[in-house]
Design a protein around this ligand. Sequence first.
Ligand code: NDP
Length: 453
Amino acid sequence: MSNYVDDLMAEVKAKNPSEPEFHQAVHEVAESLTLVLERHPEYRQAKILERIIEPERVILFRIPWVDDQGNVQINRGFRIEMNSAIGPYKGGLRFHPSVNLGILKFLAFEQVFKNSLTTLPMGGGKGGSDFEPKGKSDSEVMRFCQAFMTELQRHIGPNTDVPAGDIGVGGREIGYLFGQYKKIRNEFTGVLTGKGINWGGSLIRPEATGYGAVYFASEMLATRGETLEGKTCLVSGSGNVAQFTTEKILELGGKVVTISDSSGYIYDDEGIDYNKLKFIIDLKNVKRGRIKEYVETYPNAEYTPLDANAPFNPLWNHTAECAFPSATQNEINLKDAENLLENGVYVVSEGANMPTTPEGVDLFVERKILYGPGKAANAGGVAVSGLEMAQNSMRFGWTREEVDNRLHLIMKSIHKTCFDTAEKYGTPGNYVNGANIGGFIKVADSMLDQGVV
Ligand code: NDP
């Protein structure tokens, strides 16, 4: 069977050159699936995994727009429609200069399994642009979003493909994107999720990914009879996921001592309390400032700039029990993983997508810590997006408590699926196998039912 993975990977690399993140994501899933493919030759015969690896459709387009100085700017736009076996394509849009085809294909591939785990009927997709929102005026961001949607609108729809936010795409961007869709198509539909509450959004959607990652950590801890109460936590990032991860940790009695952005991180030994979190939310969402400004208001905290050439990230080198990586892919390398374990961390719940390198993942699994991979731990965001779609279809809105309860139940169910599946396939406690296999089976069976399409 290891020949099967080697052959598959050789083909994936030959067909998709220069896409290392995509190779990384496929390799991890293929390794887990060897356990299933041995027991289910029908999946191999129907080439289910080979088909899942190939996007159903890739859309690549030009985005011309005019900046505040009157200069013409050109960005590149993408939408990867990866798999629609169990529902319309669903997944976020990322605006970041690092965005390219390989990164979006890795994210779309992960999304297929994640969405399947949520129990809701959603296929997998992902999209975005190499546009850099940092340093742009509101009106530049608006013109860019309008130009982006002018093309994207012809490919999406509430029953076809329903994008949401991701890095660089928050409430402001979703608003501009929705406005342009509505104007061009002359229809008010649930074509995007993460919408404002006055125009079809769901309560708890902004909070969902972060809250979900913390619920997942709590479920993992419960398997050892423990809770988050009194535990020290390291959080990276200071965007949507990091903010609400921090809020939920505080609510459950934990202490958060770090938070970061792409320039550096702060360490606050006294802990980030609700007031400090409010300051961070205002700093990042309203003032659009840098995290180093935190120490001007809270001088007892320390700021360390990020050194991209350093062999490890000092953020992961502090004494703690839990870590919630919530910034970006591959932000925990092997050395960081070793540092985390040496400093006492035994719970890692991934708010970000694929934040740990394969060597780091192997170490966490080998040392049998409570390691929740992103496609399970951060599925709360897309789960509440699914609930937003349901509310839009009903033209009705649930209360905050109702949505939060549903989110909590879904995260419990995802945890149970991962936990039970890992055990069923002979690798108890291995949430990586649990998530990959648990997510795969529903999609694979649906593809078998639907024939070769
Ligand atoms: P935001 O844009 O709101 O925040 C991203 C944060 O990560 C910012 O603090 C940003 O710093 C930092 N960051 C981005 N790129 C890098 C980098 N290369 N190195 C260091 N720091 C970086 O995004 P989200 O919070 O929405 O997303 C964070 C992660 O969570 C991503 O991996 C995303 O795919 C994942 N995720 C998000 C979901 C959602 O619902 N939003 C759902 C599931 C997963 P700066 O301010 O300097 O840009």
